[in-house]
Ligand binder design. Structure first.
Ligand code: FMN
Length: 218
């Protein structure tokens, strides 16, 4: 699986075909979801029939009501949940892209209608709409490298590639309110500059950065 390709091809898709995801692909997604749940102490659930999860007015205006399926991003509720959700959720989003599927993270949805199991001590942080898109989506307007980085050390190809991939990450309302700091000792720190669901954004951005920088050092 080439995640760099998936990052380049992925865009949020809000209008879906009336077509179910094949069992073989659902099975593959569920294997990955199980792995992520173990690694991230999460309780993500693939829900085949999105039902009325996206029946809010805003969803219908944007088109998300057409999504056939949904992934409920549930996990043990602590201060790290949103970031873990973003990190592992994006891993699943990129795998879905490689399976020929389309996705859209959605903070706006109807919590009353989703068939998710939320145990005591858990929280449903966000959902991911998933299915076959009517279109591939389109590239988002992006901040520039200089606008999201603080450089206090020597830049490397791995750092540059990480930032390039981070700039392609989905963020709530395309806010891109993150900062990637290259420290003098070569370590990298990620800062959340606040905003709607920005801790989830940060987890997503970290995942993209890692995919990018790893592709150079591999
Ligand atoms: C945490 C988060 C929440 C989002 N919530 C919604 C949403 O409720 N409705 C929607 O249509 N898009 C939502 N999006 C999708 C963003 O609008 C989209 O990622 C952004 O505009 C960048 O576009 P791209 O994903 O095509 O690169 C969300 C994205 C993220 C990361």
């Amino acid at each position: 699986m080439n995640e760099i390709e998936a990052i380049r091809q992925r865009h949020s898709v809000r209008n879906y075909l009336d077509k179910k995801i094949e069992k073989e692909k659902v099975d593959r997604l569920n294997v990955l979801i199980d792995e992520c749940n173990k690694a991230g102490n999460l309780h993500f659930q693939f829900i085949e029939d999105a039902g009325k999860t996206f029946n809010k007015l805003l969803n219908r205006v944007m088109g998300l009501g057409t999504a056939p399926s949904v992934i409920a991003c549930v996990g043990k509720d602590d201060e790290t949940l949103d970031e873990r959700v973003g990190y592992f959720g994006e891993k699943i989003v990129l795998a879905a892209q490689n399976l020929g599927l389309n996705t859209c993270w959605a903070g706006t949805f109807n919590r009353k209608n989703i068939a998710a199991k939320i145990n005591d001590g858990e929280r449903l942080a966000i959902v991911i709409a998933i299915g076959y898109g009517q279109n591939p989506g389109k590239e988002h307007k992006s901040k520039k490298f200089e606008e999201v980085t603080v450089i206090n050390g020597d830049r490397t190809d791995a750092f540059d590639k990480g930032v390039e991939m981070a700039l392609l990450a989905p963020t709530a309302i395309n806010q891109q309110k993150f900062e990637i700091v290259l420290n003098a000792d070569g370590t990298v720190t990620f800062t959340d500059k606040g905003g709607t669901l920005s801790r989830i954004d940060l987890g997503i951005v970290k995942y993209h950065y890692e995919v990018g920088s790893r592709s150079v050092t591999e």
